[in-house]
Design a protein around this ligand. Structure first.
Ligand code: EPU
Length: 421
């Protein structure tokens, strides 16, 4: 198993190209199941989760190939609508094939994803929506089996109890081929939802309102394949922004606008960083002292839970005390004990972490527990005194494209050490 070794203390300076968004690529690749023929997706990040999704598409009967940032998905053979446990357990987002499979085949058998390190993560809202569209939903032996009597879903009014991100995506994909109009209320409003709607509309769908809390979908009879370039990854960009602020660096993030990152930018400015638009990107300049800043995670457009661990790391170096409250997932503080091992002073009480700023962090051997926690440990390593060893880097590889290769040209002293070394 690979690890990452970082000798901290260098300012990060330079330009970083932002990769395609993982959480846009995954639902878009799943949505390819909705139309026969060959799709071409560009600006697809080279990530473990993307490769898991292409393997899953192949298992379902599609041909899916990743080469140099492009994925071609070809649907010319029969689809076998079963997503097995061995792939779903590797990546919860495999559940994104559920909506497309039910819409296309009138039937799907998908392994229940189960919980993960950050929370229980049920999919009851996805299933409630499919039932409202006329599907029968049964759970057997760890699998959810969804069958549509008559083979085609029918449009319906669905009110989500919580604006679930992948739930909104699954139901949009299900409704796009349903008979009649579906209205989804209390939808997730993340930029990746808007991107999926753009893709489905390009394929011939009729979706309005994505990006707001009410999405209206007029079902169509069929869709066609497309060629599409995926939006940049706002969380990768946010992670580099925090790295600039933490190292008192100066980074230009290329190819990402302000809009998807407004909540993060507001908090970075409150913490004392300078954040400005520059060309088609964003420049972030860090300075000292870092000001203590409270954060409450919320569904978009609130502060993203996917940036909570990284921002908490920044607050470890603030002059004063900050409170970080996680409201989206019930167990997303596993980076706390690792950051404390590096000299941070963080105390967790229920959903709130109280972070007392310290003058410096010290390098240590730390364990990555989930994707964003891993990113916070890498940034901590960049500022810590001495050497940090981040173990279990496979979490990081699920969501960051060659993070060390992007950091080295910016001045970081970072190296990937292969598991056999
Ligand atoms: N929830 C339910 N029932 C449901 C669905 C969700 O109770 O049917 C709860 C979850 O348990 C959780 C909350 O609602 O407490 C939010 O979950 P949501 O469904 O919005 O999350 P998700 O769709 O499973 C996506 C991203 C996550 C990101 C969250 C929140 C993808 C593939 N994943 O997950 O990304 O944290 O939205 O924005 O889009 C990551 O990239 O590191 C990551 C974890």
């Amino acid at each position: 198993m690979d690890s990452i070794e970082i000798v901290g203390g260098n300012r990060l300076v330079g330009t970083v190209p932002i990769s395609g968004a993982k959480n846009a690529a995954l639902p878009i690749l799943a949505a390819a199941l909705l139309a026969d023929g060959e799709h071409v997706f560009r600006n697809v990040p080279n990530l473990r989760d993307v490769h898991t999704m292409t393997r899953l598409l192949e298992r379902l009967g599609a041909q899916a190939e990743y080469t140099d940032g492009q994925v071609r998905v070809n649907l010319s053979r029969a689809i076998e609508p079963t997503a097995p446990y061995d792939l779903v357990k590797q990546m919860r987002a495999s559940v994104l094939v559920l909506g497309p499979l039910v819409a296309r085949c009138g039937r799907a058998v998908v392994s229940l994803p189960g919980g993960c390190a950050i929370g229980a993560r049920p999919i009851d809202q996805h299933l409630k929506g499919l039932s409202a569209m006329g599907a029968d939903v049964e759970l057997h032996h760890g699998y959810v089996e969804v069958t549509v009597p008559g083979g085609r879903l029918r449009g319906s009014d669905i009110a989500l109890d919580f604006p679930t991100h992948t739930g909104t995506e699954n139901l949009m994909c299900a409704a796009v081929l349903a008979k009649g109009r579906t209205t989804l209320t209390n939808c997730a409003r993340e930029p990746e939802i808007e991107e999926l709607a753009r893709v489905l509309n390009k394929m011939g769908g009729r979706i309005e309102g994505a990006g707001t809390s009410v999405i209206s979908i007029e079902g169509v009879d069929s869709l066609h394949p497309i060629d599409h370039a995926i939006i940049p990854d706002r969380i990768e960009a946010g992670t580099f922004m925090v790295a600039a602020a933490a190292t008192a660096g100066d980074l230009l993030l290329e190819g990402i606008g302000f809009e998807p990152l407004e909540a993060v930018i507001a908090k970075l400015r409150e913490a004392g960083a300078t954040v400005e638009r520059e060309g088609d990107g964003i420049r972030v300049v860090g300075s000292r002292p870092i000001r203590p800043t409270d954060v409450i995670t919320q569904p978009h457009p609130g502060f993203p839970t996917d940036m909570q661990a990284q921002f908490m790391m920044l607050m470890c170096l603030a002059k004063g005390t900050s409170r970080i409250t996680e409201t989206v997932f019930e167990n997303r503080f596993m980076h706390v004990s690792e950051l404390n091992r590096m000299g941070a002073k963080i105390q967790v009480n229920g959903r709130t972490a109280t972070v007392k700023g310290v003058d410096r962090l010290e390098g240590a051997e730390v364990m990555a527990t989930d994707l964003r926690a891993s990113a916070s440990l890498v940034v901590a390593g960049l500022v810590a005194e001495g050497t940090t060893y981040v173990r279990r880097v496979y979490h990081l590889d699920r969501g960051y494209e060659h993070i060390e290769e992007k950091l080295i040209p910016l001045g970081a002293n970072i190296e990937r050490v292969s598991g056999n070394a």
